[in-house]
Design a protein around this ligand. Structure first.
Ligand SMILES: Nc1ncnc2c1ncn2[C@@H]1O[C@H](COP(=O)(O)OP(=O)(O)OP(=O)(O)O)[C@@H](O)[C@H]1O
Ligand SMILES: [Mg+2]
Length: 217
């Protein structure tokens, strides 16, 4: 999918405006310390704030390149370390609201080649979505599939709506409840990872909850 830089900036600014508006409203509603409802509203504010920070971080990575392309800095990293780091961030983000599990394939290689920072950002997009939609459980998995490292965020939500799955298959635009930048950024990040003539992919499916899968060649 091709992005027009101006459209992306407009979508980004629109999203940040909405999120900061929501954050201001949530902060406004925080009861005094010690009053009931205090912790929930503080947690919601933290999550909103972290979402804005994560989005700005990845937007800067994507846009700072003059040609608006993502140039990954590929190096050797441990998939085990990556999954554990993402699990720790997820636990911090969800504050006990969801049960967070990991599943590492016994055949997982000790190292794989990718841009650690970018791939963590892509996974965090899947995590933010799971936090918004999961009923009770989120699982981060790593395994080998079709010769690629498969990094998966799986949840027990009702699954992706059909139009999202269809638009992912055709690379087309999709209507969303939010700005819909999360999946697009993740797909761009996956596609920017190529190796031996093969490009990375973002694959989405329902099983029966949402399954967000980054395939890294
Ligand atoms: N884990 C999930 N379970 C169910 N539906 C999901 C899940 N993740 C995403 N979706 C659906 O896919 C849409 C697109 O997701 P995407 O992350 O691209 O955008 P967004 O979450 O709406 O906004 P943004 O990520 O830009 O803040 C969502 O609006 C939602 O309808
Ligand atoms: Mg999202």
């Amino acid at each position: 999918m091709k992005f027009d830089g101006t459209d992306l900036y407009a979508a980004l600014i629109h999203e940040l405006k909405n999120n900061l508006g929501l954050l201001a409203m949530t902060l406004e509603s925080i009861p005094l310390q010690g009053e009931s409802g205090h912790d929930g509203a503080v947690d919601a504010s933290r999550l909103l704030c972290q979402g804005v920070v994560d989005r700005l971080h990845q937007a800067l990575r994507v846009y700072k390149a003059a040609d608006q392309q993502i140039h990954p800095a590929i190096d050797a990293y441990s998939p085990h370390d990556l999954v554990h780091a993402v699990r720790d961030r997820t636990i911090a983000l969800c504050r006990g609201r969801l049960h967070v599990e990991t599943q590492l394939d016994p055949d997982l290689p000790a190292i794989w080649f990718f841009d650690r920072d970018l791939i963590e950002m892509a996974l965090i997009n899947g995590i933010h979505n799971a936090l918004a939609h999961a009923a009770s459980t989120l699982r981060i998995e790593a395994s080998m599939r079709e010769g690629c490292l498969a990094l998966i965020v799986r949840d027990d939500s009702a699954g992706y709506p059909a139009h999202i799955l269809a638009s992912m298959a055709t690379d087309g635009p999709y209507p969303t409840t939010g700005t819909g930048l999360g999946l697009r950024f993740s797909r761009l990040i996956a596609q920017s990872h190529d190796n031996k003539g093969r490009s990375g992919e973002l694959r989405l499916c329902n099983d029966p909850g949402a399954v967000f899968c980054l395939m890294l060649p």
